[in-house]
Ligand binder design. Sequence first.
Ligand code: ADP
Length: 405
Amino acid sequence: MEPKRILIVEDDDVEAKIITHNVERLKHKVIGRASDAESALNLFKTQQPDLVLLDFNLEDEIDGSELASELIKLKNVPVVFVTSADDESSFNKILKVEPDGFVQKPIHPREFQAVLELALYKKEKERVMETLTQSLDEKVKHQTKELGMVVNSLVEQMAENKKITEKLEQALEAERYLGQLKSRIISNLSHEFKTPLASIRSSAQLIQSIIRKGQETEKSLKHAERVQDAVDSLTEILNRILLVEKNEQFKLTKEPTLIDVGAFFESVKKEMNESVCVDVSADYSLHTDVENIETDPKLLRLILDNLISNACKYSEPGGEVYVNMEVKGKKLLISVADEGIGISEEDLPQIFDRFFRGENVGSIEGTGIGLSIMNRCLDLLGGEVKVESTEGKGSEFKVEIPLDE
Ligand code: ADP
């Protein structure tokens, strides 16, 4: 064992010499001798010994056991008591302090060597253990930190995966919607095109046979007219589709002008009564204190046309339709009510979707575009619509449009 630095605390000169002799015999170095507690503490602080040999029966204000606790508080070095006491109560006192060893006076060199080396060896091992524990602690801390980072990155990865799944689900939903839209368009349009095309075909065949027979009569003119009507009806359907398309590509715009509200309402009434509302009895009423209002007549017309033509079209022949328009302050209020086929609760939320047609429309013609056009016009005018409908009883569409100053 390499030489260690030993501090001796002993108030008896002779005993101190004996101890010094025994220490040096073991090739260790005595770095100082203190005969009282104060000088012991000073030497301990300045010399930093590796071990303290301490007289248990120190004749001072504090005894050996108290001094030992003070020293250990400063630095954890081994303390070995050297004592002449051999009674049980002194032993118990010594044991309470838990010293690193104790040697009985008079000193026996072999016993002294064994106690001293064992105390140094034990302390050395404790130090090694402490260092190991510290490095183990650090490793655990480091690994806990790394584990935390791995957990965090896993959590981030999971959040990322969730986002990707959500996006995929949205894409799938959009795909599903487009699929439904496609089949709606195909079924609506094929139905709408079939009747006029069949009529064109049969009329063309009849005109052909009339020409072959060389009998151009009133009849052939009638068939030619039918062809024209059928073509007009197809053109109308195509125009509606193009309007939706145009809205998407070039955007419908709002161009407000001052309009004569009475004249405007009259022209709507006239046109509707002459076309789609011929078979029903339509009741029109207008309430206004002002003559002119500022709005876009083209958009307003599209809104009224779609609502009134639907009310007439989805009513039984002879049914009643009520169209009300009112200028109230800075608002234009429109209500279109009918007593027709109505809309089921299930279909109601979808009627403004493009190409959607209710389950109960039967053979009533339509493309499912009108209300989506109307909705777009309302958006542009900053208005809103509310619908109340009972299947088999009728519907009421209420529109509110803010008027430009
Ligand atoms: P279309 O009338 O050409 O089918 P719309 O977009 O105008 O298309 O209307 C969408 C659907 O809303 C109609 O197919 C119909 O089922 C329902 N609908 C709209 N207005 C009425 C109404 N007044 N009475 C009953 N159903 C209506």
